[in-house]
Design a binder for this molecule. Structure first.
Ligand SMILES: [Zn+2]
Length: 268
């Protein structure tokens, strides 16, 4: 192997002079000519150089803007927020009673301090009667993070998750169960809706799936928002004791939705 010698150029062998030159586009300019070890290096037209730099910067900028749009599209695509929910925001939630105002305030605060929430993986449970706007607020938090921060958020119903996992058991399935679980564990926020919706005893399949998701997120210290029509004391039987323990770990926030249904009134 031949090692290359590093040659330092003595000052007296390197010198620079200016000479008049002509650019086809920009006319006359002062050309820098540097002589290094008997070689003449001639500089180009400064205006051509400036334009080339500008063009390179514009291309890079367009690339960055494209990447940003692409990553938002990817984030929104991955979030799988049902079309009818994409317009649900914290701003257009109609808080008409004290309970709703409190619930809205909790949700606003949750996304506002989300960086802090991420450090502890602090979960939120929204429980109460159907038609009280829980889904609106859950989706709104996900939408807020997706559009206003670099965070990723995913909204899913338990039913949709179970269905998607069952579909992976088909031998022609393109996705594996592990891939689906990863897509639920890796986002910064998971909004898990319709927990315990069946009212029946959950199957072992349902319980182990829920635990895999909640525990997977717990291990990564990622927060989960759980939405359920059940009463607080029914949550453990519906999700499994171990699941609820995991949710409680970082100091679970329980937001009760105790007022009467608003469905129809607000176009839910
Ligand atoms: Zn030029």
């Amino acid at each position: 192997m031949r090692s290359e010698k590093v040659v330092s150029i003595p000052d007296n062998l390197s010198n620079m002079r200016l000479q008049p030159a002509e650019c086809e586009k920009h006319g006359q300019f002062e050309q820098k000519v540097t002589v290094i070890l008997n070689r003449e290096l001639k500089g180009g037209c400064p205006e051509c150089l400036r334009m080339a730099n500008e063009e390179r910067e514009a291309v890079a900028e367009a690339g960055r803007a494209y990447e940003l749009r692409l990553s938002l599209a990817r984030k929104l695509g991955d979030a799988l927020i049902p079309k009818r929910f994409t317009t649900r925001t914290l701003e257009n939630y109609q808080a008409e009673n004290e309970g709703q105002r409190r619930a809205l305030a909790f949700c606003r605060h949750y996304v506002k301090v989300f960086d802090e929430i991420l450090k502890t993986g602090r979960c939120m449970v929204m429980i109460g009667k159907p038609g009280t706007g829980k889904t609106h607020l859950g989706v709104a938090m996900a939408n807020d993070l997706l559009h206003n921060t670099s965070r990723t958020a995913v909204y899913r119903t338990v039913g949709a998750i179970l269905q998607a996992i069952r579909a992976t058991y088909d031998r022609y399935s393109e996705r594996s169960e592990a891939e689906i679980l990863a897509s639920l564990i890796s986002p910064d926020l998971l909004v898990l809706d319709e927990v315990g919706v069946s009212k029946e005893q959950p199957s072992d399949f349902e319980l182990t799936t829920l635990f895999a998701i909640i525990n997977g997120r717990y291990e990564q210290e990622r927060p989960t928002v759980v939405i359920s029509n059940l009463a607080a004391d029914q949550l453990s039987p519906a999700m499994g004791e171990r699941c609820v323990d995991r949710l409680r770990e970082g100091g679970m926030i329980v937001v009760p939705f105790e007022w009467e249904s608003q469905r129809g009134k607000e176009g839910f």
